[in-house]
Ligand binder design. Structure first.
Ligand code: PEP
Ligand code: MG
Length: 328
């Protein structure tokens, strides 16, 4: 119950055999911030910045964004805050006021269209304004900047160039900045990014695996369409292979990798993900203690066999049977 979960707050997030597992929180809307700060998470693994842009009559300017990001940084009191650059387009875009502020609407296939980093690179003012606000917020605590919907290294390099330009601009203007530019990392949420993970890892400060989109793009199933929703399953062996490749590439390059899709909050998947090598999860704040309890009940030594069996399974249903069997 809630009381026994509350007691978990003081206990370490580690497996039975003492492998530390870091648990961070996702932040989607500003009102969640106090809850996230109290959630037992050791940082924000994904702050979705879309809320600043939804249902607005004007685009949020640099100062408005800066104030919002700084508030999150201060609330987390020294724990890292990973803020994602605007992931506009696809399912993110609202139809309310402001939908036309950023002109990528009315695509026949928005999930495959101008979304995430693609849109930012075509609207440099949008990107540079957000980067300026983020660099300024980073003077108040550990900020990490994350790029959505990346497919290849070129996109990361282009954002980094923009970040350097904005940094110099702020320096010249004698704006308060952190000692170093914040770490710049990428979301791994397209099959292309997972397949390119070894290349991306050479230039990326960290990875965050976005299984919500990765599942959709890997299985070619729209997560928002009712008729195919039964086919949408992040436990499909194809998705697990891409997760495994991404974790292996990050380890090889010595960079941190977290998983921040809904899959991270699924209790039954904890041993499987640990078996794939995952050591950092980010999820809805309300799930952190429940996942900590699952972590503390897991022996990492038995997870590798489970992961190997899942990767070789005939389909998602077989993986479900495997993890249910492991939990029994
Ligand atoms: C994801 O795609 O898994 C993810 C975390 O990003 P979002 O759900 O915001 O698309
Ligand atoms: Mg996504």
């Amino acid at each position: 119950g809630q009381r026994s979960l509350g007691r978990l707050r003081r206990l370490a997030s580690e497996t039975l055999d003492h492998v530390p597992i870091e648990l961070q929180a996702n932040l989607e809307l500003p009102f969640e911030l106090p809850m996230v700060a109290q959630s037992g998470a050791t940082g924000i693994g994904l702050m979705r910045s879309e809320f600043l842009f939804m249902n607005q009559d004007i685009l949020p300017d640099e100062d408005r964004q800066f104030a919002t990001y700084r508030e999150a940084v201060l609330a987390m009191d020294g724990d890292p805050v990973t803020i994602r650059l605007l992931d506009w387009g696809g399912d993110k875009q609202s139809d309310g006021p402001g939908a036309e502020l950023i002109p990528n609407t009315h695509e026949t296939n928005p999930a495959l269209g101008l979304r995430g980093v693609r849109l930012l690179l075509q609207h440099k003012t949008l990107l540079e304004t957000q980067l300026a606000a983020l660099l300024r917020a980073a003077a108040f605590g550990p900020v990490r900047i994350m790029i959505p919907m990346v497919s290849c290294l070129t996109e990361l390099i282009a954002v980094r160039q923009a970040m350097r330009l904005v940094w110099r601009r702020l320096e010249v203007a004698q704006i308060r900045l952190p000692a170093e530019p914040p770490p710049l990392g990428v979301m791994i949420e397209t099959p292309a990014a997972a397949l390119n993970a070894a290349t991306l890892a050479r230039e990326s400060a960290f990875f965050a695996i976005g299984t919500n989109d990765l599942t959709m793009y890997t299985l070619a199933v729209d997560r928002a369409v009712a008729g195919t929703v039964a086919l949408y399953d992040p436990l499909d062996p194809a998705v697990l292979k891409l997760i495994g490749m991404t974790i292996a590439a990050a380890r090889q390059a010595g960079i941190p990798v977290s998983l921040c899709g809904e899959l991270a909050s699924r209790t039954g998947a904890v041993p499987l993900l640990i078996g794939l090598g995952l050591r950092q999860f980010s999820m809805h704040g309300g799930a952190v203690l429940r996942i900590k309890r699952a972590v503390r009940a897991t022996d990492s030594r038995s997870c590798a066999d489970l992961a190997a069996a899942a990767l070789a399974a005939t389909g998602a249903a077989a993986v479900h049977a495997l993890i249910d069997g492991a939990a029994a």
